[in-house]
Write a protein that binds this ligand. Structure first.
Ligand code: AVJ
Length: 333
C-alpha cells in the first residue's frame, strides 16, 4: 500500500536512521509494540499543559479541586511535622497553585523553605515560578527535567542540613502501575535521607461511570488533550496523523484498577513518522494507549509507601470526591 505523496515507504527509510531525540526514540519504540503505546509524559507540551489545566476546571474531573480543599486542612499539619528550614521539592508542580497553598503554611517561620520544582513542561515551570514569586523570602529553584533526572540532580541542589519534603500530588503517581510506583517511590526515598517526608496525593476507586466521565468529558476537553499528542508528533517529528481518523477513548480496566486513555484508529491506515524513522500501520479499531490513571484504596496507598520504605504518618480524606492525601516519613535505620 502506498502512503500519501512525499511520504517514504518503510523500505525508503534508511536502516541507519538514528532517532534525534528521546521523543523520537520513544515513539519509534512505542509504536512498534503490541499494543501500541506512548509515554504519558509527552502529553504535556505547551498546549497540552494548558488543556490539562482546563481539565482541572471541568465539573467531571474532581481531583484538583478535592486536593486543593484538602490542602487547607493538611498544610498546617505538614508544617507542624516538617520543622526547621525545609527543602520542599515538587514533582510536576503544574501551575504552582498547590505548592503556593502548602508553602503559605510555612510563611510564619523566620527561615523560609527552599522550594524546588521539577517539571517536564517549561511552560508549566514558568507559570509556577510566577505564581510562587508572591511568596516573600522563599528561595525558588527549578529543574526542567523528567522526574528521574530531576531526582538524580537533587543532592547537588539540597541545602546540607535541611529536612526534605517531596510532593507528588494530583494523583500523578497513577501514571505508574503498582510495581513501577513502588520502584519510583523508592527512588524518591533514596534521593533523600532517613526522616525525610513525602506528601502523596492519590485518587480513589469510585463508581465506573464517574471515572469514565472524568476522562471522557461531555465538552471534549480530555479528547482534545489526548489528540494533541498527535498534533505534537506531526509538528515535532513531521508525522502525518490525520486527527479526524483517531477517536479518543477512556476505559476502566477493573483488573488493573486504572482508567486507560487510548487513541483509536477509525480505519486501516499507515502513518509516516519521519522523525522517528518509521511508518506505523494501524488496523481499523487498533489503538495507541497514551495514559494510565491508577485508582487506589486507602490500604493500597499505604502499602505502596510501605513497600518503598516509608511509614504512613497521617492521612486526609475527601470521601465525597474520593481523594486522599497521605504524609509518609522515610523509615530510620
Ligand atoms: C496529571 C496524570 C494525574 O491521570 O488524572 C487527566 C492526567 N489525563 N485527564 C490523571 C489526566 C486525563 C492526570 N494526571
Amino acid at each position: 500500500m502506498n502512503g500519501p505523496p512525499g511520504v517514504p515507504s518503510p523500505a525508503a527509510v534508511p536502516p541507519s536512521a538514528q532517532p534525534a531525540s528521546a521523543l523520537a526514540a520513544d515513539v519509534r519504540d512505542g509504536l512498534s509494540r503490541t499494543p501500541k503505546q506512548l509515554p504519558a509524559k509527552y502529553l504535556y507540551d505547551e498546549l497540552g499543559s494548558l488543556l490539562f489545566e482546563a481539565i482541572c476546571a471541568l465539573p467531571w474531573y474532581r481531583v484538583t479541586r478535592a486536593e486543593i480543599a484538602l490542602l487547607a486542612t493538611c498544610a498546617p499539619r505538614v508544617a507542624h511535622h516538617v520543622t526547621g528550614e525545609p527543602f520542599i521539592v515538587e514533582l510536576g508542580p503544574g501551575n504552582g497553585d498547590k505548592l503556593l497553598r502548602l508553602a503559605e503554611a510555612f510563611g510564619a517561620r523566620a527561615r523560609k523553605p527552599h522550594l524546588h520544582l521539577i517539571d517536564i513542561s517549561s511552560s508549566a515551570l514558568a507559570a509556577a515560578e510566577q505564581a510562587l514569586a508572591r511568596l516573600a523570602g522563599f528561595t525558588v529553584t527549578v529543574a526542567h527535567a523528567t522526574y528521574d533526572s530531576g531526582l538524580a540532580q537533587l543532592a547537588g541542589v539540597r541545602p546540607h542540613a535541611a529536612p526534605m519534603l517531596t510532593l507528588l500530588l494530583g494523583s500523578n503517581v497513577g501514571n505508574f502501575d503498582d510495581d513501577e510506583a513502588v520502584a519510583f517511590l523508592r527512588l524518591v526515598r533514596e534521593a533523600g535521607r532517613a526522616g525525610d517526608w513525602l506528601l502523596l496525593g492519590a485518587d480513589l476507586v469510585k463508581p465506573e461511570r464517574d471515572l469514565v466521565l472524568a476522562y471522557d468529558d461531555p465538552l471534549g476537553v480530555t479528547a482534545a488533550f489526548n489528540r494533541n499528542l498527535l498534533v505534537r508528533l506531526n509538528r515535532e517529528l513531521g508525522a502525518s496523523f490525520d486527527l479526524d481518523q483517531f477517536d479518543h477513548r477512556a476505559v476502566w480496566n477493573d483488573r488493573h484498577s486504572r482508567v486507560e486513555m487510548h487513541l483509536v484508529s477509525r480505519l486501516p491506515q499507515q502513518v509516516a513518522v519521519p522523525g522517528a524513522g518509521i511508518v506505523a500501520s494501524f488496523a481499523a479499531g487498533e489503538s495507541i494507549w497514551t495514559e494510565s490513571s491508577c485508582k487506589y484504596t486507602l490500604a493500597g496507598i499505604a502499602s505502596l509507601g510501605t513497600a518503598a520504605g516509608f511509614r504512613l504518618r497521617e492521612q486526609w480524606l475527601d470521601t465525597d470526591a474520593g481523594f486522599a492525601l497521605s504524609l509518609f516519613q522515610s523509615a530510620r535505620g
